[in-house]
Design a protein around this ligand. Structure first.
Ligand code: GDP
Ligand code: MG
Length: 162
């Protein structure tokens, strides 16, 4: 079976944009189960000749659970099923309490994590990315999922741990 990469993070940080960027906007759903996994969508991806599955999360944003519990629940399910995780943070916003809660989950899960500091659209936002060292997850990779900036380096780091 192909290794599985989960993409987790708060609503609107750019998870789906990053997934689309990584899969080259091929909307090829390879798994779309009903029930608890209804909002986790799995795609097949390929980087430098290595194939893997990538799981987008985030369909429960309107959930009655409230935002923190919803993000945490989705992250927990996705992390459990994954071999490695990309944790996406909006670098222009910085780390929020919800982000910190996800960091705790990630620590507990003990799976390899790559930190994507998203919305770094230009050099002036690099400092925002560097501030995310404070999350304690290692090097933040500055990316612009929207424009493609930095996503190659991010993918190299992902493939190193996947
Ligand atoms: P998700 O809820 O985490 O899946 O976030 P989306 O992928 O739906 O993106 C939320 C919003 O952020 C959308 O308006 C995107 O266009 C925007 N966005 C995503 N990535 C970037 C980025 O790298 N730079 C900028 N400026 N906007 C982005
Ligand atoms: Mg999304």
């Amino acid at each position: 079976p192909l290794p599985v990469l989960a993409v987790v993070g708060r609503p609107n940080v750019g998870k789906s944009t990053l997934v689309n960027r990584i899969i080259g906007r091929r909307e090829a759903v390879v798994e779309d189960k009903p029930g608890v996994t209804r909002d986790r969508v799995t795609y097949e991806a390929n980087w430098n000749g290595r194939r893997f599955k990538i799981v987008d999360t985030g369909g429960w944003e309107q959930d009655v659970l409230g935002i923190d519990a919803s993000v945490a629940a989705q992250a927990e399910f996705a992390i459990e099923a994954a071999d490695a995780v990309v944790f996406v943070v909006d670098a222009t916003v910085g780390a929020t309490d919800t982000d910190e809660a996800v960091v705790k989950l990630l620590r507990r899960a003990g799976k390899p994590v790559v930190l994507a500091a998203n919305k770094v659209d230009g050099p002036s936002a690099e400092a925002d990315a560097a501030a995310l060292w404070n999350l304690g997850l290692g090097e933040p990779f500055p990316v612009s999922s929207l424009h493609g900036r930095g996503t190659g380096d991010l993918l190299d780091a992902i493939l190193d741990v996947l």
